[in-house]
Design a protein around this ligand. Structure first.
Ligand code: NZQ
Ligand code: ZN
Length: 386
């Protein structure tokens, strides 16, 4: 196992009717900016629950953060933070609202001229404005990690940021929120969390037995609950396992002491930036090609995953590894997720070259667990995903 340090300061408040506990978590003298998305919380009752819980606090609201949180919209929210002397942020939403709030947490205390620099210059946020979250969509793990991904439509960019100052102080996870999530977003959440585990697992064996089994157990749980969640999102038992699996998939725990990849996300983010494809779906497009292209380097772990997660017991390591990729594709299809770029756009010619060029320009010349995935290899993988 590699050396590691692990600190995750986010307090999780999990369970039925936990939104009412909000008021105990925010300082009484705080001036709160309540941030939300396109309005789903007003239809499903979450907004009312939050407002009731915040009744004794001073609250200003900012709604309209779109999926793939947009920089231009967030700058409007930043203006409100400054004009209203806001001291605490509360995100009520999925990954987009939470990520947008993380950007604002960083930008509110940022002393530079242009907050976009935080993303392009990789500025780590050591201290941000304090914030908490009420999670409405299990998927990204953003509720218990310190990363954020922000989109800028003007330049068709989608870039990541983070730092130890960007962990939420608390996150409320009430699995009942799942009842109102549309099927498309449920499938996205399952696929995103599943791929988060793969990114931190599908590398090479390092003998970290416990991390491997943490990862495998999250994958097995997602596979087991996926049909139940899709069939009946009001199934509280399944919703609970789904929600906690998504959080555990990306709260830092399973990546400690092991090599990680994250190239699927790097390529996937470009597909969202270029075509607006849902984040999770871009991962399902890239992952199979990525694992086929890097088969030799990853086959030991692919075979272990095949054996332990999909019960593939027959054949050689190569056979098991190949069958494991096929099982993964079948799983995405079972969720209703297409796995080829051409399923999402007819305009895909030239995409691989464009992504490869972008990576070269950004100096991303060696992605993956061996820092050996060069832009020319990225180009080949994306082409395989057409
Ligand atoms: O905007 P509203 O009206 O609220 O509707 C949202 C949105 O349209 C809707 N929704 C959320 N909760 C709902 C609901 N509808 C009904 N009932 C509910 N309870 O779902 C739609 C999608 O929401 P969004 O927040 O965009 O989804 P998700 O949680 O999948 O977040 C995706 C974003 O997170 C980033 C992605 O790149 C993308 O921008 N990621 C963040 C990560 C992180 N911070 O660690 C890691 C991920 O890999 C990912 O990159
Ligand atoms: Zn993701």
């Amino acid at each position: 196992m590699n050396n590691f340090e692990f600190k995750n300061p986010t307090k999780i408040i999990f369970g039925k009717d936990t939104i009412e506990k909000l008021e105990n978590e925010i300082p009484k003298d705080a001036k709160v900016l309540l941030l939300y998305g396109g309005g789903s919380i007003k239809k499903n009752g979450i907004y009312d629950q939050v407002k009731t819980a915040l009744a004794s606090l001073e609250v200003v609201e900012f709604g309209g953060i779109p999926a793939n949180p947009e920089y231009a919209v967030l700058l409007e929210a930043l203006k409100v933070i400054k004009e209203e002397n806001i001291t605490y942020l509360l995100a009520v939403g999925g990954g987009s609202v939470i990520d947008g709030t993380k950007f604002l947490s960083a930008a509110a205390l940022y002393e530079g001229e242009t907050p976009w620099d935080i993303l392009t210059k990789n500025i780590r946020t050591e201290k941000g404005m304090p914030f908490g979250t009420v999670l409405t969509l299990p998927a990204t793990g953003s509720e218990m990690n310190s990363g954020s991904v922000i989109t800028r439509a003007e330049t068709k960019e989608k870039l990541a940021m983070g730092g130890p100052g960007l962990f939420p102080e608390f996150s409320i996870l009430d699995p009942q929120v799942i009842a109102s999530i549309p099927e498309r977003q449920l499938a996205n959440g399952l696929t995103d969390a599943f791929t988060h585990v793969l990114e931190q697992y599908m590398t090479y064996p390092i003998g970290a037995l416990l991390q491997d089994r943490f990862a495998e157990s999250i994958l097995q749980t997602l596979i087991e609950v996926a049909p139940k969640v899709l069939k009946d999102p009001t199934d509280y038992k399944a919703a609970s396992d789904f929600m906690w699996s998504c959080t555990m998939a990306l709260n830092g725990l399973i990546q400690k002491g092991v090599p990680t990849d994250w190239a699927v996300h790097a390529m996937g983010h470009e597909l969202t930036a270029l075509f607006g494809i849902d984040h999770a779906r871009t991962l399902a497009v890239i992952a199979p090609s990525h694992y086929k292209f890097n088969f030799e380097a990853k086959k030991e772990k692919l075979a272990q995953y095949g054996q332990r997660v999909w019960n593939i017991t027959e054949g050689s390591t190569d056979d098991k590894a190949y069958a494991a990729i096929e099982k993964t594709v079948a799983f995405f299809h079972q969720l209703g997720i297409d796995t080829k770029l051409s399923d999402y756009t007819k305009d895909y010619e030239g995409t691989a070259e464009e992504i490869s060029k972008r990576f070269t320009n950004r100096g991303w010349t060696g992605l993956g667990e061996h820092q050996s995935l060069s832009p020319d290899k990225v180009e080949k993988i994306v082409k395989m995903a057409y």
